[in-house]
Design a protein around this ligand. Structure first.
Ligand code: HEC
Ligand code: HEC
Length: 371
């Protein structure tokens, strides 16, 4: 909501257009990946991705020259943050865990709990200009930041190549950042090899884990479905967003009636409907072993701990200000089952999740910082 309002407020570049495949680079995708889309107003070109990569890793974009996109979206963590809650440019902690940007080109909607942000350009208004929490903190310092960029002759060249005949601007910077984010496609995990017909690509344990994952008993793939292991995706063949990729999984119950902590209550903050309490977007599980800690607020330390929460049917928070039994949360999704796993089975499920790690993606020099 916040980002959407800001977007209207700035009245610039609110690209929500969909349905085209304005992609001018070779993505070299495997067969089990659908064709993604990019908006016609911001075609995905090699030059815009290269400019975006420079900007993504550049602290000069933040109010006090301390923070880059990459400070919260770290390549070695598959472009997620290894902190539960990221620190903004002015040192304030946010309230949500920074998600992996892998395959964000497919994500619909974007962010943990906004139903209406469908274009990366629109999402970026949040970290660039947002004031609660402050991330890059650009609001009010736009001219200074532009000056810093203009002073660098490399940027003048990169902008001219990406957007010939257009004057260098923060609007174009945002377009280029969106292009770089769209180029972050991850499809080289061992599990992809396995799917492509190489049975030795993942361990026996991971194979048993995948059977558990896709079993009726666990039901994980009801929500973590398809090539990105989430229903919250769109591509050129399915360019409408899923009806409801938001679910409450019973992490909290601070008032005995299902409330989540006030800092982050999920979709209800946007919709106002009580039934949306604690509902967050289903995250992709690609690279999940690289993106600890887990959950919308990073409050779950490990994959094993996350699985144990599903086994118990929610999380019983025993002490502290968020105490309460999430297992009794009345808004918890009806699609979640309770189930029991042996230690070996739990290990198998973790091994399966680990087989979704694309180490090439997390270390590819073409996606790394240029500075
Ligand atoms: C201070 C830490 C921080 C900084 C800096 C930051 N982000 Fe994020 N990013 C986040 C958090 C937290 C979220 C989740 C926001 C939400 O769900 O509402 C997020 C979400 C996103 C998403 C949505 C991903 C998805 O799957 O929905 C994109 C895209 C993104 N950031 C790109 C960027 C870019 C590009 C920059 C630089 C302009 C940037 N971020 C700077 C913390 C940060
Ligand atoms: C009803 C839909 C649903 C089902 C079924 C489901 N999940 Fe989830 N999963 C979610 C949602 C929503 C979140 C984020 C919740 C939050 O943070 O509040 C999540 C988060 C996760 C995370 C943390 C990811 C991250 O990046 O933080 C893991 C790991 C996970 N699920 C694994 C599983 C496994 C394994 C199963 C099967 C046992 C499963 N899920 C079943 C909806 C579901």
């Amino acid at each position: 909501m916040k980002a959407a309002l800001l977007c209207l407020g700035l009245a610039v570049g609110c690209t929500t257009q969909e349905g085209s495949t304005a992609i001018e680079i070779d993505l070299d995708l495997p067969q089990h990946f659908p064709e993604p889309v990019a908006p016609e107003s911001n075609p995905l070109t090699a030059a815009s991705v290269e400019l975006g990569r420079h900007l993504f890793y550049d602290t000069r974009l933040s109010v006090n020259d301390t923070l880059a996109c990459a400070s919260c979206h770290k390549q070695e963590s598959a472009f997620a943050d290894d902190r539960a809650l990221s620190l903004g440019a002015t040192g304030t902690e946010g309230v949500l865990n920074a998600p992996s940007l892998g395959n964000a080109i497919y994500a619909r909607p974007l962010t943990w709990a906004h139903g209406d942000i469908t274009a990366i350009e629109d999402q970026l208004v949040g970290p660039m200009y947002g004031e609660s929490p402050i991330e890059m903190g650009m609001t009010g310092s736009e001219d200074e930041i532009l000056d810093r960029i203009r002073e660098d002759s490399l940027y003048n060249d990169l902008f001219a190549e990406a957007y010939p005949d257009e004057p260098l601007s923060l609007e174009l910077a945002k377009q280029a950042l969106a292009s770089f984010v769209r180029s972050l496609i991850s499809y080289r995990a061992p599990f992809d090899d396995f799917v492509a017909g190489n049975p030795g690509a993942i361990s026996q344990s991971a194979q048993r884990g995948s059977e558990l994952f896709y079993s009726e008993k666990l039901g994980c793939s009801h929500c973590h479905a398809g090539f990105a292991f989430t229903t919250a995706v769109a591509s050129s063949s399915t360019n409408t967003q899923p009806t409801s990729p938001f679910h409450n999984i019973g992490l909290y119950n601070v008032d005995g009636r299902g409330a989540y902590p006030a800092a982050a209550q999920g979709l209800i903050s946007e919709s106002g409907f009580e039934r949306d309490m604690g509902r967050f977007r289903v995250p992709s599980l690609r690279n999940v072993a690289l993106t600890a800690p887990y959950g919308h607020d990073g409050s779950v330390a490990s994959l094993e701990a996350f699985i144990r929460i599903y086994e118990a049917g929610g999380r019983n928070v025993e002490g502290g200000s968020y105490a309460g039994d999430g297992r009794e949360n009345p808004w918890r999704s009806i699609h979640l089952r309770r189930f029991e796993l042996s230690d070996e089975e739990r290990g198998d499920l973790v091994a399966f999740l680990e087989s979704l790690s694309d180490q090439d993606f997390a270390s590819d020099p073409r996606l790394a910082g240029p500075w």
